[in-house]
Design a protein around this ligand. Structure first.
Ligand SMILES: [Zn+2]
Length: 146
C-alpha cells in the first residue's frame, strides 16, 4: 500500500530528532524567537572540582593528577549549555544564538511577536551576577572566620 503524503515530509516530533533549519532566519534574528534556558552550573561545578584537584596536585607534587585536573578544566568549559524549550535540544552556549529549530523558524515565518522571555544573553548575565554575589558572600563569611 502506497500512501501519498503530498509535499509534506514525514516527521514525528516524538520519535525523530529535531531538525535544524539552517539559513532560514537571517543572522541575529533567531534569538528573538527562541525559548532557551541557560545553565552554567555543570561547567561551574566541573571547574570547581578541577580547581580543588589542581590545588591538591600542587600540594602533593603529583604531575599526573595536575595534568588530569587541567584536562578536567578544559572538558568542563563546553558544559556551559543551553536547553531549547521547543525541541529539547541541549547544546553549547556559544552556539545558542544560531539555534533555529522548526518551532523558532515557524514563529519567524508566521511573524509572531517576539518573545518577552529573557534572552540567553540576559540569563547568562544574571548567572554571572548570582555567582559573583555568591563569591562575595562566601568571601565575607570566610574573612569573618579569620
Ligand atoms: Zn529548539
Amino acid at each position: 500500500m502506497i500512501v501519498d503524503t503530498g509535499s509534506q515530509i514525514l516527521h514525528d516530533p516524538d520519535i525523530d530528532r529535531p531538525r535544524a533549519v539552517t539559513g532560514a532566519i537571517p543572522a541575529g534574528h533567531a534569538r528573538r524567537y527562541q525559548r532557551l534556558l541557560v545553565s552554567p552550573l555543570p561547567m561551574v561545578l566541573g571547574c570547581l572540582l578541577a580547581a580543588v584537584l589542581v590545588r591538591h596536585a600542587l600540594g602533593t607534587r603529583d604531575l599526573w593528577l595536575f595534568l588530569a585536573s587541567v584536562g578536567l578544566f578544559a572538558a568542563s568549559l563546553p558544559l556551559f549549555q543551553f536547553h531549547c524549550l521547543d525541541c529539547g535540544r541541549i547544546g553549547w552556549y556559544l552556539r545558542a544564538t544560531r539555534h533555529a529549530c522548526e518551532a523558532v523558524t515557524g514563529r519567524y515565518r508566521r511573524g509572531e511577536p517576539e518573545r518577552t522571555r529573557m534572552s540567553a544573553q540576559t540569563q547568562c548575565l544574571l548567572w554571572i551576577y548570582v555567582m559573583v554575589g555568591g563569591l562575595l558572600v562566601a568571601s565575607v563569611f570566610a574573612l569573618g572566620r579569620l
